[in-house]
Design a protein around this ligand. Structure first.
Ligand code: SF4
Length: 245
């Protein structure tokens, strides 16, 4: 399964746009209950306006709320951004720390966010257990645990540490494109022959292909061995659909 995922998603990556650790912290705080696409629409102006932790700490609340309003829960997120900026200034000289224990003490940063930041801004291997990751590894029988921290440790035991970050990206990519929560595209899934949960969603190739989302769709259908069974028009439609949030 690891090999198939690597072949399917060789360039899987964090889908939030950022250049610095601080920008990634901000983007991950904004991504709660919001699509990465929406966050990426908001952050260019935000990052241009607020360049340092001190800028967030001393932000004009009303202005900051307005800038992030479209990401939802903007009052809570504003609290988190201002608190996070203040904590970085007070305790870390304005820099984002590269340790999990330190990151999780910052306002708005839980263990999931901290692992995203470690893995993507500091190249420290981390397993990101979001809703997609948890659902998929349970479907695959890698664990039956529900608690994200326990899932993180259980999967960490199975997979070499150096692969944790890329594995997280690939599993999340697959969850957003093929193995959906409600109707997984089992009949169009490149993992079908190895997956104990095959049949959770439609197994008919055409029906399943209509559930695949994202620009990688043609290649995913090819890897699933059903590209020739699906009309070109359906493949184009799949490629045009946004991956799910
Ligand atoms: S076969 Fe179905 S349940 Fe298994 S990974 Fe693929 S889409 Fe998900």
């Amino acid at each position: 399964m690891l090999r198939a995922l690597a072949e399917a998603y060789p360039d899987a990556h964090c889908e939030l746009d950022f250049d610095t650790p601080l920008e990634l912290v901000v983007a991950t705080i904004l991504s709660a209950q919001c699509t990465d696409k929406r966050v990426n629409e908001v952050t260019p102006a935000l990052f241009a306006r607020y360049r340092s932790a001190a800028d967030y700490a001393g932000a004009d609340r009303t202005e900051l709320e307005e800038m992030i309003r479209t990401t939802g829960f903007y009052r809570n997120k504003t609290n988190s951004l201002m608190g996070m900026g203040a904590a970085l200034v007070e305790r870390h000289g304005g820099e984002v720390p590269a340790e999990l224990d330190e990151l999780v003490t910052l306002p708005g940063i839980g263990r999931k966010t901290a692992n995203v930041v470690l893995g993507n801004a500091f190249d420290v291997p981390g397993i990101t257990v979001d809703t997609h990751f948890g659902r998929l590894v349970r479907r695959w029988g890698w664990t039956d645990l529900e608690d994200p921290v326990k899932v993180e440790h259980a999967v960490g035991e199975l997979i070499p540490r150096k692969e944790w970050t890329m594995l997280s990206h690939r599993v999340i990519f697959h969850g957003r494109r093929v193995c959906h929560a409600k109707k997984p595209a089992c009949g169009a899934c490149l993992l079908a022959k190895d997956c104990p949960a095959f049949g959770t969603g439609p197994v008919d190739p055409a029906e399943a292909a209509a559930l695949v989302r994202g620009p990688e769709a043609p290649r995913l259908l090819e890897l699933a061995g059903i590209r020739d069974e699906v009309p070109d028009r359906s493949v184009e439609k799949a490629a045009a659909r946004e991956p799910s949030a």
